[in-house]
Write a protein that binds this ligand. Structure first.
Ligand code: ADP
Length: 353
C-alpha cells in the first residue's frame, strides 16, 4: 500500500518494489507480433522487412542450429555503412551491403574494432526489476526474452524488452508513484551536460556533447554515432540554439530508400527526407522534475530529451544537455549493485551468429 505523500527517494523505492513484483511478460500486451530474422537473410531483405513492419531491431534465428543468434539493430546498420564507406566505392558499397548476409555482420564489426553487442538474454518470467538492472549493467539497449519449449527443450524467442517499453509501462501504470518524483534533473544529475568549465571558444563549445549543424554531412554524424556509441546528436545553430535532433533511425530511412550516396547530404537536406511520423524533438529544462519527464513519456513517443535553457536564461533554447532513456533508467535502478548471484536469470549466450 502506497502512503499518501512520498519523498522522491521513497517514490523510487516504491517503483523498485513494483518492478520486483512484475515480470517482463507484464510489459507486453496479451497479443503482439514479433519479427524474427533468419541469419542467412540478406541485409537488403532484412531492411525491407523492418521497413514493412516498422521495427528498428529484430532477434536473429540460426535455423541450422535452431537457436537464438543475437539481435540485428540500427547500430549494426551504422557499422555496415561505416565499413563500406571506407572500403569500397559508392556503387560497390551499395551492391555489397545489399548482398551481405546477416551472419557476416559480426565479422564487419570485428574489422571496425567496435565492441560486439552483448549476446545476452533473460527468461521472461524473471522479475522485471532484475531485467532492468541487467539492461543497465550491460549497457544493452534491448534484452531478448528467451524461454524453453517444454516439449523439444529448444529455445523460443518470446519478445524483446527495451528501455522504452519499461519506462512507458512505469509511466502508464504508476502515476500514483511517479507524481512524487519531485527532484529536478539538475539535482539528480540525470543525463550528460555541457561542461561549464569548458572554453566556449574551443572547437566543440558543447563538450562533452556531440553536436552538428545543418551544414554537417550525414556521414560525419554517422561517424559520431559509431565512435561515441550514441544514438542521437542535437543540431544547433551558431548561437547554440537547438534546431533539431538527428537520430540513428534517421539513417535507416536514408538507407532504406536505397540512397547510400545520401550520406554525403547535409543534415538540412537529410531532414527533408524524414518520414511524417517523426514525433518531434522533446525538450525539457534542467529544472524539470523527474515526475514531469514521466508525464512526457506517458503522453509522447519519447526516446530522449534535449535539455535546453529556459525562458529566464539570456539565451533561451540554448543546448544545455541530453537525457537518454538509459540515463533515466539508471537513476531509477541505481548502478551500484553487482550483477550475478541468485537474483539474475540472465543467460549469457556466447556464440557466433
Ligand atoms: P540510450 O543508451 O538510451 O540508447 P544514447 O546511446 O543516446 O541512449 O546515450 C548513451 C549515453 O550517452 C547517455 O548517458 C547519454 O546521456 C549520452 N549521450 C547521448 N547523446 C549524446 C551526445 N550527442 N553527446 C554526448 N553524449 C550523449
Amino acid at each position: 500500500m502506497v502512503p499518501k505523500i512520498l519523498s522522491h527517494d521513497e517514490a523510487v523505492e516504491a517503483l523498485r518494489s513494483f518492478l520486483r513484483e512484475r515480470s517482463s511478460y507484464d510489459v507486453f500486451p496479451v497479443s503482439f507480433r514479433l519479427i524474427v530474422l533468419d541469419t542467412t537473410l540478406k541485409v537488403k531483405k532484412a531492411l525491407e522487412v523492418m521497413l514493412l513492419y516498422n521495427v528498428v531491431s529484430a532477434p536473429l534465428w540460426n535455423t541450422a542450429e535452431a537457436k537464438f543468434a543475437g539481435m540485428f539493430t540500427v547500430q549494426d546498420v551504422i557499422h555496415l555503412i561505416q565499413y563500406y564507406y571506407h572500403t569500397s566505392s559508392w556503387e560497390g558499397a551499395a551492391a555489397d551491403v545489399e548482398q551481405i548476409r546477416l551472419f557476416r555482420i559480426r565479422e564487419v564489426e570485428k574489422t571496425l574494432s567496435v565492441p560486439p553487442p552483448p549476446l545476452l538474454s533473460v527468461h521472461p518470467l524473471r522479475p522485471l526489476y532484475d531485467a532492468c538492472r541487467f539492461l543497465i549493467r550491460t549497457h544493452a539497449r534491448r534484452l531478448p526474452l528467451i524461454d524453453k519449449d517444454t516439449q523439444t527443450n529448444g529455445e523460443v524467442v518470446i519478445s524483446v524488452l527495451t528501455q522504452y517499453r519499461v519506462l512507458k509501462f512505469i509511466a502508464t501504470n504508476c502515476r500514483d508513484i511517479t507524481q512524487y518524483l519531485t527532484s529536478t534533473l539538475q539535482d539528480l544529475g540525470i543525463g550528460t551536460y555541457v561542461s561549464p568549465e569548458h572554453d566556449s571558444n574551443s572547437e566543440n563549445q558543447f563538450y562533452p556533447i556531440a553536436t552538428a549543424t545543418m551544414q554537417t554531412a550525414v556521414f560525419d554524424v554517422v561517424h559520431m554515432f559509431s565512435e561515441r556509441g550514441i544514438s542521437a546528436v542535437p543540431i544547433v545553430d551558431d548561437n547554440g540554439k537547438v534546431l533539431d535532433l538527428y537520430e540513428t533511425v534517421d539513417v535507416i530511412t536514408l538507407v532504406r530508400n536505397g540512397a547510400y550516396q545520401a550520406l554525403d547530404l547535409t543534415i538540412a537536406q537529410a531532414l527533408k527526407q524524414r518520414t511524417a511520423d517523426f514525433p518531434g524533438v522533446v525538450t525539457c529544462s534542467p529544472k524539470s522534475s523527474l515526475s514531469a519527464v514521466f508525464s512526457l513519456i506517458r503522453m509522447r513517443r519519447v526516446h530522449r530529451l534535449v535539455v535546453v535553457a529556459g525562458p529566464e536564461d539570456s539565451q533561451p533554447g540554448r543546448l544545455v544537455g541530453i537525457i537518454s532513456l538509459s540515463d533515466i533508467m539508471r537513476s531509477l535502478m541505481g548502478n551500484d549493485v553487482p550483477l550475478g548471484g541468485s537474483g539474475i536469470g540472465a543467460v549469457p549466450i556466447d556464440r557466433e551468429l
